[in-house]
Design a protein around this ligand. Structure first.
Ligand SMILES: C[S@@+](CC[C@H](N)C(=O)[O-])C[C@H]1O[C@@H](n2cnc3c(N)ncnc32)[C@H](O)[C@@H]1O
Length: 211
């Protein structure tokens, strides 16, 4: 195994989990994740950082996928600590291993930045939602300030290589609208104390339209 393969498989997922577990990020999760209800699916559940915020009494079932097998044990452990088992398995958002209209809520936090094909992933999230189902999103992406956006363009080619394919320049709300969601923004802004090129966040509720 080359250093790059070892880094991508073992060290990078842990560094990313550490960064995603910082106080201000957890605060934003705490405002969004408790809205999940019914049959819930989490895309890119990683090491399970959202687990502590689910209101288990409102949830009928929990499923999650992530391509990084090395993170899934931590996700399962965090789920068990909440008193549920959860159906947590390896998989990618481009081909979600669940039937059409299986879920009331899809949760997607800091994941659309890292997938290979965001259009396909958004289409898959839409497919597995029941009519009227909700996608709860909290993502980082392209900043509205031209100076910051220029830096994002410059840094992204290197950043995505060291940060698990994390892109800095992807639009968030606009992309979800383009994928057939009706977006109710709940907030947006830079994460305090984070480098601005990686700090622009948007979060909200996106409803499946068209049915
Ligand atoms: C920045 S981490 C965020 C993890 C978690 N969602 C959170 O909020 O802490 C990005 C996650 O996306 C996952 N990921 C990368 N490519 C993916 C894909 N194609 N489909 C689903 N998840 C993917 C990574 O394995 C990683 O766990």
């Amino acid at each position: 195994m080359s250093f790059k393969q070892w880094y991508d498989a073992h060290l990078m997922p842990r560094l990313v989990t550490f960064a995603c577990g910082q106080g201000q990020v957890m605060k934003r999760r705490s405002q969004l994740v408790p809205l999940a209800s019914g049959d819930v699916f989490e895309l890119g559940c990683g090491g399970g950082l959202n687990q502590e915020f689910y209101q288990t009494s409102k949830i009928s079932s929990f499923s999650g996928i992530d391509p990084h097998a090395s993170l899934l044990d931590a996700a399962r452990e965090r789920a068990r600590a909440r008193g549920w088992d959860g159906n947590i398995r390896e998989g990618v958002g481009e081909d979600i291993p669940f039937r059409d209209a299986s879920f009331d809520t899809v949760v997607c936090t800091f994941t659309l930045c890292s997938v290979d094909d965001p259009q396909q992933v958004m289409s898959e999230m839409r497919r597995i939602l029941r009519p009227g189902g909700r996608l709860l999103f909290l993502e980082h992406g392209r900043a509205p300030d031209p100076d910051v956006a220029r830096w994002q363009d410059r840094i992204e080619p290197v950043w995505k290589k060291i940060a698990g394919n994390c892109h800095l320049t992807r639009p968030i709300g606009a992309a979800l609208r383009g994928a057939g969601f009706e977006v109710e923004p709940l907030g947006q802004g830079y994460l305090p104390k984070a480098p601005r090129f990686a700090a622009w966040n948007e979060w909200g509720v996106a409803r499946r339209t068209g049915l």
